[in-house]
Design a protein around this ligand. Structure first.
Ligand code: TXA
Ligand code: MG
Length: 327
């Protein structure tokens, strides 16, 4: 048996991208930056490589992976796009949108990556390093968020190493991610499009393209959710998370929004404000890093100030509600 090796840190330049592509072609795991969060990359066409993702993340195998592609033309070879999917892809790719569509007969995304489903989740990311990597690799790149299953998603290479060092071959370092919450997942499987996961593209932006609000997937908090990964408890730091806190218990860590603090702030273990000016995009970009930072203080509970559920606030609140859900 071999001892786990430290994961190599690859620079976000052409040499780093070339080495990342070489490792991926050899069936290895390479974490890579996207504009949302870091992905845990593996060759989506290779079941042995994809199996390494599930092992490294300790992810249940019923939870399918997103395949990342360089452009819409490449995506059309993997999935069948109806008029809704076409319109959404044209409007938001490259960008923080994932489309769940019926897989084509010729799809090269392996069964394991799709968790045996007849559908496939496709995304064309906008991050320049992700795009360079996809161009150099030349195959669909499976990429769940690069965290251990159920934990807080990574928005920096350091976050990836904290969760996965020694379990993956390398991390391509692109610095901090811009959006900070994952892609919006929309299913276009016939009939009306359904919003499976709020994310970096807002509900209002989707409605602007679709001409009406997407349906919201139901039963997200049941044992068998519509999106298999949408389990109630997720994004969880070690500390408990308490939402819409207007008063603080002594020793709690406080996660503020918009400057105003809860009563009892003087007794806080630690205080962070996601956006003193009340900017939801700034708050989304800081969310996962702030949860990790407050967790590291050892506080038993993170009390979160009220955050509006509009715009990007829907995705922020979704992640916080899952972080606060019973485990
Ligand atoms: O922003 C993102 O989407 C990041 C970056 C790396 O691209 N990736 C990401 O992947 O968040 P992951 O695996 O953490 O979340 C993918 C979500 C899961 O909830 C999964 O269940 C859902 O997409 N999903 C994947 N394939 C699906 C399918 N065929 N049907 C329904 N849901 C699917
Ligand atoms: Mg994830």
């Amino acid at each position: 048996s071999t001892a786990p090796q430290d994961s190599v840190s690859l620079p976000g330049d052409p040499d780093g991208v070339a080495e990342a592509a070489r490792l991926l072609r050899a069936g290895q795991l390479v974490a890579f930056p996207t504009e949302t969060v870091y992905g845990l990359g593996a060759d989506a066409t290779d079941p042995a490589a994809v199996a390494r993702i599930f092992a490294a993340k300790e992810r249940p195998r019923f939870n399918p992976l997103i395949a990342h592609l360089p452009d819409l033309a490449a995506a059309r070879r993997q999935g069948r796009f109806d008029a809704f999917a076409e319109a959404l892809a044209e409007a938001f790719w490259p960008g923080p949108l994932t489309l769940v569509v019926p897989a084509t007969d010729g799809t090269t995304v392996c069964d394991l990556a799709r968790a045996g489903l007849p559908s496939v989740a496709l995304r064309v990311p906008g991050h320049p390093l992700a795009r360079d990597l996809l161009a150099a690799f030349g195959r669909p790149l499976a990429g769940p968020s690069a965290n251990r299953s159920g934990r807080v998603s990574p928005t920096s290479a350091d976050h990836v190493r904290a969760d996965l060092d020694g379990r993956i071959a390398a991390v391509l370092d692109g610095g901090a991610t811009r959006v900070g919450v994952e892609s919006t997942v929309v299913a276009c499987l016939g009939g009306a499009p359904r919003l499976l996961r709020p994310g970096g593209i807002t509900r209002a932006a989707l409605a602007g393209v679709l001409g009406r609000e997407p349906q919201t997937a139901e039963a997200e908090d049941t044992a068998r959710p519509v999106g298999p990964g949408l389990l109630a408890s997720h994004y969880a730091p070690r500390a408990r998370v308490r939402l819409d806190a207007t008063a603080l218990e002594p020793g709690e860590a406080a996660l503020l929004f918009g400057g105003a603090g809860p009563d009892g702030l003087a007794g806080a273990r630690a205080v962070l404000d996601l956006s003193p000016s009340g900017d939801l995009a700034e708050a989304a970009a800081r969310l996962f890093g702030a949860l990790r930072e407050l967790d590291a203080t050892g506080a038993p509970c993170i009390a979160v100030s009220p955050i509006p559920g509009t715009g990007l606030g829907e995705a922020i609140r979704d992640r916080l509600e899952r972080a606060a859900a019973p485990r």
